[in-house]
Write a protein that binds this ligand. Structure first.
Ligand code: HEC
Length: 106
């Protein structure tokens, strides 16, 4: 009986890790931290104007510019210049993890 538990537990843990990884495309990023950075730099300042109110809609509009995780990372890099920021790879991952709440890349 004990032997079975020894076999099943690691298997379940591996399964859990795989599920968690596929559920979050940016596993190194923390969406809560990303949201704080986004607010701190007032990232939606221009997006609000472009979208005529709710800047977050820029991420979900039908003709949005970015449709891949790589594209999202690139855009964060481009827009960082808009706020005179030099985000670290960690901050970029945090922002991507937050923005993926809208993009829903899997
Ligand atoms: C000075 C204005 C400005 C600021 C500030 C700004 N952006 Fe942008 N952002 C833009 C413009 C312009 C676009 C492109 C809109 C278009 O082409 O239709 C854009 C587009 C984006 C997109 C892509 C949307 C899509 O269509 O898929 C992302 C992601 C993004 N910005 C992230 C950020 C982040 C993160 C910050 C803060 C670090 C930020 N932006 C700050 C002007 C700005």
């Amino acid at each position: 009986m004990k032997l079975i538990a020894y076999l099943i537990f690691p298997a379940l843990m591996l399964l859990g890790a795989a599920t968690a990884a596929s559920a979050n495309l940016f596993p190194d990023g923390n969406p809560q931290t990303g949201e704080k950075i986004f607010a701190q730099y007032n990232c939606n300042r221009c997006h609000n104007q472009i979208m005529g109110g709710d800047g977050n809609k820029i991420f979900t509009r039908i003709d949005r510019k970015r449709n891949s995780p790589e594209g999202l990372i690139q855009q964060i890099g481009m827009c960082s210049a808009n706020v005179n920021a030099h985000f670290t790879p960690q901050e970029t991952q945090d922002l991507a993890a937050y923005l993926n709440i809208f993009y829903k890349f899997k």
